[in-house]
Design a binder for this molecule. Structure first.
Ligand SMILES: Nc1ncnc2c1ncn2[C@@H]1O[C@H](COP(=O)(O)OP(=O)(O)OP(=O)(O)O)[C@@H](O)[C@H]1O
Ligand SMILES: [Mg+2]
Length: 508
């Protein structure tokens, strides 16, 4: 039997089709009707589900300004309370926003067949109930058995088991201000994926870890064997695999004449049997220098471009790591970019990883994967802010990845700087606190589900609270994010503590 919360009544111009008010029962058992609670009532159309949008406290004794003024003087501020039992006259009403009429399956009382739009208001006099947990799970679209447990649904307090397929398959974004808890939330999603039952099916995870925040995962005993950390200091792009046009991506100003020239040199090197298809930029440069024919200026320019690339220390005779062998189902491969300073170098690395993954996945040579990109605005910026050569492939995965089960998670502290194309393709959004009005506006522009009301709530979210909306759930929910199970050693270091440590080490 559901818990009874109150009775529908007439208040101002309500009930209408979209809203109704109810008088809240005086309760003593500790259940409070709060903003955000899911409630139901029986309308003539059937089971009407709604959410408490607003709570108003009323007291007839204090509704008349003149009376209050007359009785409330300096010497005896609460004379009214003494004269009348005014406390007893306080009552609370809740305003409910209707969400839909639920049609249940015939075989079950909690399984939902369909949700219809309501066409008629709730009836005054009808009872209002708390929505049963089972119905609510089904209404939100949670998946207790195989879902990812991210915490608890706010107010309703049921476990937020998010359906993995629905979260990953149409991509998702994690957004908040700096320090809002994005990386923390991401590590919880990773925990859930890594500890998922083998029989449930888990993709391979690839993490672009810009600040080395996730490498602690490979010192956690329980999951150690599923975590691979790849330091990008040893990252190498295979030169023999690149065709001349690929160089245009890395060196934009290279001219078409120069590319054609370069193409000839590469062909020559590929034919040379003594090299066994292992050559580097240096080998190409040497060949250009030795060649007699060809324009001198073109050759000089080419050597210039190639030498500049060589200095990045990224190009070698073969690929490292071999991308085809990096991924394993149910495991995570973390590319640690912590030691890279040059933003261009980071973009080239990310571009290469994304391109290879998408290419290999399309050929079905690697398992379905989830690619998580931290600081995504650095790798896929909106044109007005900056350029990045990794942008094209990230947008491509955002647009087409779904068909190949290549899932994308973009993390950013500046949604406004993130490519609109990519952001609008991330169907689910996990939003933590965002204060900047420009970022909020950009979010509203990129997703029609984010209304002004939600924008307001987003700006007042606390640490550990998030709004989850989009494909992952049928209805946007607020979640209290759970604590992480596997702790990072740096989690609790405060600024003061770090200063003390520094002094200890450096005063010896
Ligand atoms: N759900 C939570 N429960 C407890 N602590 C949290 C939670 N979320 C975040 N924190 C704490 O808040 C701090 C900042 O979190 P985090 O590093 O995840 O932020 P961020 O959004 O990734 O920041 P940045 O944009 O700078 O990368 C951390 O010290 C973390 O321990
Ligand atoms: Mg972070």
């Amino acid at each position: 039997m559901s818990l009874k919360l109150g009775i529908v009544f007439n208040f101002l111009q309500l009930p209408d089709v979209s809203k109704y008010p109810f008088v809240i029962n005086k309760r003593t058992d500790g259940t409070f009707v709060k903003k955000g609670l899911f409630v139901s009532t029986k309308s003539i159309e059937g089971y009407l589900i709604g959410i408490v949008e607003k709570i108003v406290l009323l007291n007839e004794y204090f509704s008349d300004a003149l009376t209050i003024k007359a009785y409330n003087n300096e010497n005896n501020p609460n004379i009214l309370k003494g004269l009348f039992p005014s406390d007893d006259f306080e009552y609370a009403i809740a305003i409910v926003r209707n969400l839909g009429i639920i049609d249940f399956k015939e075989s079950s009382e909690s399984e939902i067949k369909a949700i219809k739009r309501m066409m008629y208001p709730a009836s005054p006099g009808k009872k209002v109930y708390l929505v049963d947990d089972e119905i609510l799970k089904s209404f939100i679209g949670l998946n207790q058995k195989q879902g990812l447990n991210l915490g608890k649904v706010k107010v309703s307090n049921i476990d937020a088991y998010i359906n993995m397929d629905r979260l990953l398959n149409k991509h998702f974004a994690i957004l908040s201000i700096s320090g809002g808890g994005k990386s923390y939330l991401t590590s919880i999603i990773i925990e859930e994926l890594l500890t998922r039952e083998k029989t449930s099916g888990t993709p391979a995870i690839v993490m672009i870890d810009v600040h080395g925040e996730y490498k602690y995962l490979n010192s956690v005993t329980k999951i150690k064997n599923k975590v691979k950390v790849i330091d990008t200091s040893y990252f190498q792009i295979s030169v023999p695999k690149l065709n001349a046009y690929a160089f245009k991506k890395y060196q934009e100003q290279i001219s078409n004449v120069q590319i054609r020239e370069l193409s000839k040199y590469i062909k020559k090197l590929r034919k040379r049997e003594d090299l066994k298809n292992k050559f580097t930029l240096d080998t190409i440069i040497e060949l250009i220098e030795k060649e007699e024919e060809g324009g001198k200026s073109t050759k000089q320019a080419l050597i210039g471009w190639l030498s500049e690339l060589e200095r990045l220390n990224l190009f070698g005779p073969q690929e490292n790591p071999v991308m085809k062998n990096v991924l394993n189902q149910g495991e995570i491969s973390i590319f640690n970019l912590q030691n890279e300073v040059s933003i261009r170098k980071k973009q080239i690395i990310v571009d290469y990883i994304c391109n290879q993954l998408f290419y290999l996945r399309r050929k079905k040579e690697i398992p379905p994967f989830l690619l998580i990109i931290e600081e995504a605005h650095q790798f896929c910026p909106e044109a007005a802010h900056s350029k990045a050569l990794s942008k094209y492939i990230i947008e491509t995965i955002a647009r087409e990845g779904r068909k190949f089960m290549a899932c994308l998670c973009l993390i950013s502290q500046r949604p406004k700087k993130l490519s609109t194309t990519a952001l609008s393709q991330t169907n689910s959004k996990l939003i933590l606190n965002i204060k900047n009005p420009y970022d909020l506006k950009h979010l509203m522009d990129s997703s029609e589900a984010i209304t002004k009301d939600y924008a307001e709530m987003i700006s007042s979210l606390g640490v550990g609270e998030m709004l989850l909306m989009g494909n992952a759930v049928n209805y946007p929910i607020f979640v209290d994010i759970r604590e992480r199970k596997f702790k990072s050693p740096t989690e609790h270091t405060s600024l003061a503590q770090e200063c003390i440590n520094w002094k200890k080490v450096h005063s010896i």
